[in-house]
Design a protein around this ligand. Structure first.
Ligand SMILES: Nc1ncnc2c1ncn2[C@@H]1O[C@H](COP(=O)(O)OP(=O)(O)OP(=O)(O)O)[C@@H](O)[C@H]1O
Length: 289
Protein backbone atom coordinates (compact mmCIF):
# COMPACT_ATOMS: atom_id res chain seq x y z
CA UNK A 1 0.00 0.00 0.00
CA UNK A 2 2.87 2.34 0.93
CA UNK A 3 4.55 1.59 -2.38
CA UNK A 4 1.32 2.33 -4.28
CA UNK A 5 0.96 5.66 -2.46
CA UNK A 6 4.58 6.54 -3.28
CA UNK A 7 4.07 5.63 -6.97
CA UNK A 8 0.89 7.72 -7.16
CA UNK A 9 2.74 10.64 -5.55
CA UNK A 10 5.57 10.42 -8.12
CA UNK A 11 3.05 10.21 -10.99
CA UNK A 12 1.21 13.25 -9.67
CA UNK A 13 4.47 15.16 -9.36
CA UNK A 14 5.27 14.55 -13.00
CA UNK A 15 1.84 15.43 -14.35
CA UNK A 16 0.39 18.10 -12.06
CA UNK A 17 1.12 21.80 -12.04
CA UNK A 18 2.67 23.05 -8.80
CA UNK A 19 -0.01 25.75 -8.56
CA UNK A 20 -3.34 25.88 -10.35
CA UNK A 21 -5.82 28.69 -9.73
CA UNK A 22 -9.08 29.39 -11.55
CA UNK A 23 -11.58 32.15 -10.91
CA UNK A 24 -10.07 33.16 -7.56
CA UNK A 25 -11.96 35.89 -5.74
CA UNK A 26 -11.44 37.55 -2.41
CA UNK A 27 -13.08 40.73 -1.10
CA UNK A 28 -12.60 42.62 2.13
CA UNK A 29 -15.97 44.21 2.82
CA UNK A 30 -16.94 45.67 -0.55
CA UNK A 31 -13.36 45.92 -1.82
CA UNK A 32 -12.30 43.31 -4.37
CA UNK A 33 -8.70 42.43 -3.47
CA UNK A 34 -8.52 39.50 -5.91
CA UNK A 35 -10.93 39.47 -8.81
CA UNK A 36 -11.37 36.31 -10.93
CA UNK A 37 -7.69 35.45 -11.06
CA UNK A 38 -6.42 32.48 -13.10
CA UNK A 39 -2.85 31.29 -12.66
CA UNK A 40 -0.79 28.19 -13.36
CA UNK A 41 2.77 27.62 -12.18
CA UNK A 42 4.53 24.57 -13.53
CA UNK A 43 6.75 22.32 -11.45
CA UNK A 44 10.35 23.46 -11.46
CA UNK A 45 9.39 26.95 -12.57
CA UNK A 46 10.44 30.25 -10.98
CA UNK A 47 7.42 32.54 -11.23
CA UNK A 48 7.46 36.20 -10.17
CA UNK A 49 4.26 37.98 -9.23
CA UNK A 50 4.60 41.71 -9.90
CA UNK A 51 2.24 44.53 -9.07
CA UNK A 52 1.99 47.86 -7.28
CA UNK A 53 1.18 48.24 -3.59
CA UNK A 54 -2.29 46.93 -2.84
CA UNK A 55 -2.57 45.00 -6.11
CA UNK A 56 -3.54 41.75 -4.39
CA UNK A 57 -0.25 39.82 -4.40
CA UNK A 58 -0.05 39.05 -0.68
CA UNK A 59 -3.74 38.11 -0.55
CA UNK A 60 -3.24 35.70 -3.45
CA UNK A 61 -0.06 34.20 -2.04
CA UNK A 62 -1.53 33.80 1.44
CA UNK A 63 -4.54 31.99 -0.03
CA UNK A 64 -2.10 29.66 -1.81
CA UNK A 65 -0.22 29.12 1.46
CA UNK A 66 -3.45 28.24 3.25
CA UNK A 67 -3.31 31.28 5.54
CA UNK A 68 -6.37 33.07 4.12
CA UNK A 69 -9.74 31.76 3.01
CA UNK A 70 -10.98 32.58 -0.47
CA UNK A 71 -14.51 33.67 -1.38
CA UNK A 72 -14.65 31.80 -4.68
CA UNK A 73 -12.55 29.86 -7.13
CA UNK A 74 -10.62 26.63 -7.45
CA UNK A 75 -7.12 26.43 -5.96
CA UNK A 76 -4.73 23.49 -6.02
CA UNK A 77 -1.23 23.70 -4.58
CA UNK A 78 0.83 20.54 -5.09
CA UNK A 79 -2.47 18.84 -5.89
CA UNK A 80 -4.13 19.89 -2.61
CA UNK A 81 -6.69 22.58 -1.80
CA UNK A 82 -4.75 24.79 0.66
CA UNK A 83 -7.86 25.19 2.84
CA UNK A 84 -7.60 21.44 3.45
CA UNK A 85 -3.80 21.27 3.62
CA UNK A 86 -2.68 18.88 6.38
CA UNK A 87 0.70 18.44 8.09
CA UNK A 88 1.97 16.28 5.24
CA UNK A 89 1.15 19.03 2.71
CA UNK A 90 2.79 21.67 4.95
CA UNK A 91 5.93 19.56 4.95
CA UNK A 92 6.05 19.90 1.15
CA UNK A 93 5.87 23.69 0.97
CA UNK A 94 8.30 26.30 2.26
CA UNK A 95 7.38 29.84 3.20
CA UNK A 96 9.79 32.75 3.52
CA UNK A 97 7.85 35.58 5.07
CA UNK A 98 8.91 39.22 5.21
CA UNK A 99 10.29 38.03 8.51
CA UNK A 100 12.60 39.18 11.20
CA UNK A 101 15.37 36.57 11.11
CA UNK A 102 16.01 37.40 14.76
CA UNK A 103 15.63 34.95 17.63
CA UNK A 104 16.93 36.52 20.83
CA UNK A 105 20.07 34.88 22.13
CA UNK A 106 20.04 31.82 19.86
CA UNK A 107 22.75 31.27 17.25
CA UNK A 108 22.08 30.69 13.56
CA UNK A 109 22.86 26.97 13.89
CA UNK A 110 20.62 26.62 16.94
CA UNK A 111 17.66 28.30 15.24
CA UNK A 112 17.93 26.16 12.10
CA UNK A 113 18.34 22.98 14.18
CA UNK A 114 15.32 23.96 16.28
CA UNK A 115 13.13 24.49 13.20
CA UNK A 116 14.37 21.24 11.65
CA UNK A 117 12.85 19.36 14.61
CA UNK A 118 9.36 20.44 13.53
CA UNK A 119 9.59 18.25 10.44
CA UNK A 120 9.68 14.52 9.92
CA UNK A 121 11.93 14.73 6.89
CA UNK A 122 14.11 17.76 7.55
CA UNK A 123 17.38 18.55 5.81
CA UNK A 124 20.68 18.48 7.69
CA UNK A 125 20.81 21.90 9.46
CA UNK A 126 24.54 22.31 8.75
CA UNK A 127 23.91 21.80 5.02
CA UNK A 128 21.03 24.27 5.07
CA UNK A 129 23.19 26.91 6.73
CA UNK A 130 25.83 26.31 4.08
CA UNK A 131 23.33 26.54 1.22
CA UNK A 132 22.27 30.01 2.26
CA UNK A 133 25.89 31.09 2.72
CA UNK A 134 25.82 31.50 6.50
CA UNK A 135 28.43 28.91 7.52
CA UNK A 136 30.77 31.59 8.83
CA UNK A 137 27.93 32.97 10.93
CA UNK A 138 26.65 29.60 12.20
CA UNK A 139 27.86 30.33 15.74
CA UNK A 140 26.71 33.97 15.79
CA UNK A 141 23.67 35.11 17.72
CA UNK A 142 20.93 36.10 15.31
CA UNK A 143 20.58 39.66 16.62
CA UNK A 144 24.15 40.35 15.48
CA UNK A 145 23.41 39.50 11.82
CA UNK A 146 23.17 42.15 9.10
CA UNK A 147 19.84 42.70 7.31
CA UNK A 148 20.93 40.53 4.36
CA UNK A 149 22.17 37.78 6.66
CA UNK A 150 18.85 37.78 8.55
CA UNK A 151 17.07 37.35 5.25
CA UNK A 152 19.31 34.38 4.45
CA UNK A 153 18.33 32.91 7.78
CA UNK A 154 14.65 33.41 6.83
CA UNK A 155 15.34 31.43 3.66
CA UNK A 156 17.17 28.73 5.64
CA UNK A 157 14.03 28.31 7.77
CA UNK A 158 11.88 28.23 4.63
CA UNK A 159 13.90 25.39 3.08
CA UNK A 160 14.79 23.33 6.14
CA UNK A 161 11.87 20.98 5.35
CA UNK A 162 13.20 20.37 1.80
CA UNK A 163 10.10 21.91 0.18
CA UNK A 164 8.99 21.10 -3.36
CA UNK A 165 7.49 24.58 -3.60
CA UNK A 166 8.91 27.72 -1.99
CA UNK A 167 7.04 30.99 -1.48
CA UNK A 168 9.30 34.03 -1.26
CA UNK A 169 7.71 37.33 -0.33
CA UNK A 170 9.84 40.32 -1.40
CA UNK A 171 13.05 38.45 -0.63
CA UNK A 172 15.59 41.24 -1.14
CA UNK A 173 13.84 44.39 0.05
CA UNK A 174 16.43 46.63 1.68
CA UNK A 175 19.46 44.78 0.31
CA UNK A 176 22.48 46.57 -1.11
CA UNK A 177 23.21 45.70 -4.77
CA UNK A 178 26.02 43.26 -3.98
CA UNK A 179 24.00 41.45 -1.29
CA UNK A 180 21.08 41.24 -3.71
CA UNK A 181 23.23 39.55 -6.35
CA UNK A 182 24.62 37.08 -3.82
CA UNK A 183 21.11 36.29 -2.68
CA UNK A 184 19.95 35.67 -6.26
CA UNK A 185 22.64 33.01 -6.48
CA UNK A 186 21.08 31.21 -3.49
CA UNK A 187 17.70 31.30 -5.23
CA UNK A 188 19.17 30.11 -8.54
CA UNK A 189 20.76 27.15 -6.82
CA UNK A 190 17.46 26.19 -5.21
CA UNK A 191 15.76 26.47 -8.59
CA UNK A 192 18.40 24.41 -10.34
CA UNK A 193 17.93 21.72 -7.67
CA UNK A 194 14.31 21.52 -8.89
CA UNK A 195 12.46 23.61 -6.27
CA UNK A 196 9.45 25.44 -7.70
CA UNK A 197 9.52 29.06 -6.57
CA UNK A 198 6.79 31.68 -6.43
CA UNK A 199 8.19 35.07 -5.52
CA UNK A 200 6.74 38.52 -5.15
CA UNK A 201 8.98 41.47 -5.78
CA UNK A 202 8.95 45.19 -6.52
CA UNK A 203 12.34 44.93 -8.23
CA UNK A 204 11.92 44.42 -11.96
CA UNK A 205 15.58 43.54 -12.34
CA UNK A 206 15.11 40.77 -9.80
CA UNK A 207 12.19 39.35 -11.76
CA UNK A 208 14.23 39.53 -14.96
CA UNK A 209 17.22 37.80 -13.36
CA UNK A 210 15.35 35.00 -11.62
CA UNK A 211 11.97 34.32 -13.17
CA UNK A 212 11.11 31.95 -16.00
CA UNK A 213 7.76 33.75 -16.21
CA UNK A 214 6.26 36.84 -14.62
CA UNK A 215 2.64 37.72 -13.92
CA UNK A 216 1.56 41.35 -13.57
CA UNK A 217 -1.33 41.89 -11.19
CA UNK A 218 -3.22 45.14 -10.63
CA UNK A 219 -6.53 45.81 -8.86
CA UNK A 220 -6.75 42.07 -8.14
CA UNK A 221 -6.64 41.09 -11.83
CA UNK A 222 -3.83 39.36 -13.66
CA UNK A 223 -3.06 41.64 -16.61
CA UNK A 224 -0.51 39.45 -18.39
CA UNK A 225 1.64 36.39 -17.88
CA UNK A 226 4.76 36.07 -19.99
CA UNK A 227 8.50 35.55 -19.95
CA UNK A 228 10.43 38.67 -18.89
CA UNK A 229 11.79 38.99 -22.44
CA UNK A 230 8.35 38.98 -24.11
CA UNK A 231 6.21 40.85 -21.56
CA UNK A 232 4.21 43.69 -23.11
CA UNK A 233 5.63 42.89 -26.57
CA UNK A 234 9.08 44.04 -25.45
CA UNK A 235 10.92 42.04 -28.08
CA UNK A 236 9.04 43.64 -30.96
CA UNK A 237 8.84 47.14 -29.49
CA UNK A 238 10.34 50.03 -31.36
CA UNK A 239 14.06 50.50 -30.70
CA UNK A 240 15.70 53.84 -30.02
CA UNK A 241 19.00 54.51 -31.76
CA UNK A 242 20.89 57.39 -30.14
CA UNK A 243 24.17 58.98 -31.08
CA UNK A 244 26.04 62.20 -30.31
CA UNK A 245 23.91 64.37 -32.59
CA UNK A 246 20.43 62.90 -32.10
CA UNK A 247 18.18 59.88 -31.72
CA UNK A 248 15.69 57.98 -33.85
CA UNK A 249 12.84 55.58 -33.05
CA UNK A 250 12.82 52.68 -35.48
CA UNK A 251 11.61 49.15 -36.23
CA UNK A 252 14.85 48.53 -38.14
CA UNK A 253 17.72 49.62 -35.89
CA UNK A 254 20.35 47.75 -37.92
CA UNK A 255 19.52 49.81 -41.00
CA UNK A 256 19.78 53.05 -39.05
CA UNK A 257 23.15 52.01 -37.59
CA UNK A 258 24.42 51.07 -41.08
CA UNK A 259 23.32 54.45 -42.43
CA UNK A 260 25.00 56.26 -39.55
CA UNK A 261 28.20 54.23 -39.97
CA UNK A 262 28.30 55.28 -43.63
CA UNK A 263 27.70 58.92 -42.72
CA UNK A 264 30.46 58.90 -40.10
CA UNK A 265 32.79 56.74 -42.23
CA UNK A 266 33.06 54.17 -39.43
CA UNK A 267 32.63 54.55 -35.68
CA UNK A 268 29.39 56.36 -34.72
CA UNK A 269 30.08 58.63 -31.70
CA UNK A 270 28.15 57.74 -28.47
CA UNK A 271 26.06 55.09 -30.25
CA UNK A 272 23.44 53.19 -28.22
CA UNK A 273 20.52 51.01 -29.32
CA UNK A 274 17.86 50.42 -26.65
CA UNK A 275 14.50 48.71 -26.37
CA UNK A 276 12.04 49.19 -23.49
CA UNK A 277 13.22 47.66 -20.23
CA UNK A 278 11.02 45.32 -18.24
CA UNK A 279 10.37 48.29 -15.95
CA UNK A 280 9.25 50.44 -18.92
CA UNK A 281 6.67 47.89 -20.11
CA UNK A 282 5.55 47.13 -16.56
CA UNK A 283 4.96 50.81 -15.74
CA UNK A 284 3.05 51.28 -18.99
CA UNK A 285 0.95 48.20 -18.27
CA UNK A 286 -0.10 49.25 -14.78
CA UNK A 287 -0.52 52.87 -15.92
CA UNK A 288 -2.93 51.83 -18.69
CA UNK A 289 -4.92 49.46 -16.48
N1 LIG B 1 -6.94 41.81 6.18
C1 LIG B 1 -7.36 42.77 5.36
N2 LIG B 1 -8.48 43.46 5.64
C2 LIG B 1 -8.92 44.44 4.80
N3 LIG B 1 -8.33 44.77 3.65
C3 LIG B 1 -7.21 44.11 3.32
C4 LIG B 1 -6.67 43.09 4.15
N4 LIG B 1 -5.55 42.60 3.55
C5 LIG B 1 -5.40 43.31 2.41
N5 LIG B 1 -6.39 44.21 2.27
C6 LIG B 1 -6.58 45.12 1.11
O1 LIG B 1 -6.61 44.33 -0.06
C7 LIG B 1 -5.90 44.96 -1.13
C8 LIG B 1 -4.78 44.03 -1.61
O2 LIG B 1 -3.82 43.94 -0.58
P1 LIG B 1 -2.54 42.99 -0.69
O3 LIG B 1 -1.85 43.03 0.63
O4 LIG B 1 -2.96 41.67 -1.19
O5 LIG B 1 -1.69 43.76 -1.80
P2 LIG B 1 -0.18 43.58 -2.27
O6 LIG B 1 -0.20 43.50 -3.74
O7 LIG B 1 0.45 42.45 -1.54
O8 LIG B 1 0.48 44.94 -1.80
P3 LIG B 1 2.00 45.29 -1.33
O9 LIG B 1 2.85 45.28 -2.55
O10 LIG B 1 1.82 46.67 -0.78
O11 LIG B 1 2.42 44.28 -0.29
C9 LIG B 1 -5.38 46.28 -0.55
O12 LIG B 1 -6.27 47.30 -0.93
C10 LIG B 1 -5.41 46.08 0.95
O13 LIG B 1 -5.63 47.28 1.63
Amino acid sequence: MKLLTACLRILAQVTESAISVTGLRKSYGGMKAVDRLDLTVQRGEVFALLGPNGAGKTTTVEILEGFRKRDEGKVQVLGVDPERGDAEWRQRIGIVLQGTGEFDELTVAEVVTHFARFYRNAADPTEVVERVGLTEKAGSRTHTLSGGQKRRLDVALGIVNKPELLFLDEPTTGFDPAARREFWEVIRQLASAGTTILLTTHYLEEAEELADRVGVINHGKLLEVSTPALLGGRNTATATVSWRDGSEETDRPTEVVQRLAAEFHGEVPDLTVTRPTLEDVYLKMIGDA
